[in-house]
Design a protein around this ligand. Structure first.
Ligand code: SF4
Ligand code: SF4
Length: 382
C-alpha cells in the first residue's frame, strides 16, 4: 500500500494525519525508541508492502480480538488493519463456512513461508478428541499446517502462550500452548496476558515493519519491550510498598490513599508486563491504578498458581512458602516467578528490618482519615 493510499484510507475512516503520527509516536515510546524514531515508523508503516496475516481462534473467549478492536483512538485496529493484509480471521471476516476456509487454504498454499500466523486460544492436545474442530478439522491439525508454513507465529494471549484457563487443572481437553502443540515452529513470539494488550500487539507488528526482524525475547519467548520489566518495579504504588504502607481492607483509608495492594493479593512482584506504562483503554488507567491488585495474568499457569487472586504472596513473617513450594506451585511457577517472589520477599524483609512505619503510625493515618471522614459527615449533617 502506498503512502497516499494508506492516508486516504485512514482519512476515509476518520483518522487524521495528526492522529496517525501520534500513533507512531506512541509506538516509539512502547518500543523504547527515541521520539525521533516515530518518523521512521511512520515511513515504514506507510510504505512497506503489507504483511499477510492469518488469525486463528481455537479454545478462546475472543478476548484478545476484542482487546485489539477496542483499543484507543485512533484505533490501533484501524491503522493496522489498513497496514496489514488480514486474510483470515473468523470473527472479523465477512466470508463464512467453505468460503472462509478456502481463504485460509489459499493463503497457506500461495504464501508459504511468507505470512504471519497469529493464534488466539489453546489447542487440545489430541488430534481426534473432538474438542475444538473447525470445518471438520481439529485445532491441532490446523495449527500444525498453518503455523508450520508461516514465516512467524505469534501466540496472542495467555491461552495461546501458556494454555491459559482451558489448561488450568484438571485440564479436561488436554489443552496446550502453541509452543507445546506445534513444537519447533519458526519464529514463535509469545504475547501473554489475559487479554494481550492491543498496544503491544501493534508495537510488535510496527517493530517488524520498521526494523525488519523480530524483537529480542525473554525466556518465555515474549518481547522484552513489553515483558522486560516487573509490574512491581514500575508500579506507581511502589514507594508505598517500600515504606510498608499497605491496604489491609477494601475501602480502608490506605486504599483511598492509593497505598500498596500487596496484602490484598497483588501479584505484581511475580509478573512481568508493561501495564504501568502502557496502561489500557487508550492509556485511561490500569488495574492497580484503579485500586485492584494485579492477578498475574501474563505469567505461566496463572489460573493455578496465582489464585486465590485476593490472597497475598507468601507470608513474610516465618515465610509461609508452603503454597508456593507445593509440587504444583513449584513446577508451574518456574524459576523467574520464584525469583520475583524472592525479590518481593527480600524487599519486604528489608523494609521490615529497616524503616517500616509502625502500625501505630498507620493507625494514626487511618484514624486521621476516619476522623476527617467523620468531621466531613458531621459538616454534611449541619
Ligand atoms: S505489590 Fe502490587 S501494588 Fe504493591 S507496589 Fe508491587 S505491584 Fe504495586
Ligand atoms: S496489571 Fe497484572 S493482571 Fe492486570 S493486565 Fe497487567 S499483568 Fe495482567
Amino acid at each position: 500500500m502506498t503512502q497516499s493510499n494508506l492516508m486516504q484510507d485512514l482519512e476515509r475512516q476518520g483518522v487524521s494525519r495528526r492522529e496517525f503520527l501520534a500513533f507512531c509516536a506512541s509506538m516509539a515510546a512502547i518500543l523504547g525508541m527515541p521520539k525521533a524514531a516515530s518518523a521512521a515508523i511512520a515511513k515504514a508503516v506507510e510504505s512497506e508492502k503489507r504483511p499477510i496475516l492469518v488469525w486463528l481462534e481455537f479454545q478462546d473467549c475472543a478476548g484478545n480480538t476484542e482487546s485489539f478492536l477496542r483499543s484507543g483512538h485512533p484505533t490501533v485496529a484501524q491503522i493496522l488493519l489498513d497496514t496489514i493484509s488480514l486474510n483470515y480471521h473468523e470473527t472479523l471476516m465477512v466470508a463464512a463456512g467453505d468460503q472462509a476456509e478456502a481463504a485460509l487454504e489459499d493463503t497457506v498454499a500461495k504464501h508459504k513461508g511468507e505470512y504471519i500466523a497469529l493464534v488466539e486460544g489453546s489447542i487440545p492436545g489430541d488430534i481426534d478428541s473432538g474438542y475444538c474442530t473447525i470445518g471438520g478439522r481439529s485445532a491441532l491439525d490446523i495449527a500444525r499446517e498453518v503455523c508450520g508454513g508461516a514465516a512467524a507465529t505469534v501466540a496472542v494471549g495467555t491461552c495461546a502462550t501458556f494454555g491459559g484457563l482451558p489448561a488450568a487443572h484438571p485440564n479436561p481437553t488436554r489443552a496446550l500452548s502453541v509452543a507445546d502443540a506445534v513444537p519447533g515452529v519458526r519464529n514463535l513470539i509469545n504475547m501473554s496476558a489475559c487479554p494481550a494488550n492491543a498496544e503491544n500487539i501493534a508495537a510488535l507488528v510496527v517493530y517488524y515493519l520498521t526494523i525488519k526482524h523480530w524483537p529480542p525475547l525473554d525466556q518465555y519467548r515474549r518481547p522484552l519491550f513489553a515483558y522486560g520489566t516487573m509490574i512491581h518495579d514500575a508500579c506507581e504504588r511502589r514507594a508505598h510498598f517500600d515504606s510498608g504502607q499497605f491496604v489491609e481492607q477494601w475501602g480502608d483509608a490506605a486504599h483511598r490513599h492509593g497505598y500498596c495492594l500487596y496484602q490484598m493479593g497483588c501479584k505484581g512482584p511475580a509478573t512481568s508486563q508493561n501495564c504501568p506504562n502502557v496502561q489500557w483503554n487508550g492509556h485511561t488507567n490500569w488495574p492497580i491504578g484503579c485500586g485492584s491488585p494485579c492477578i498475574g495474568c501474563a505469567e505461566p499457569n496463572f489460573w493455578d498458581v496465582m489464585t486465590p487472586f485476593y490472597e497475598r504472596l507468601p507470608n513474610v513473617e516465618g515465610i509461609n512458602s508452603s503454597r508456593w513450594l507445593n509440587p504444583v506451585g513449584l513446577s508451574l511457577t518456574g524459576v523467574v516467578a520464584a525469583g520475583a517472589v524472592a525479590h518481593g520477599i527480600g524487599e519486604t524483609v528489608r523494609y521490615r528490618r529497616g524503616h517500616r512505619p509502625s502500625v501505630d503510625e498507620k493507625a494514626r493515618v487511618d484514624g486521621k482519615e476516619q476522623g476527617k471522614d467523620a468531621s466531613h459527615d458531621e459538616e454534611s449533617r449541619k
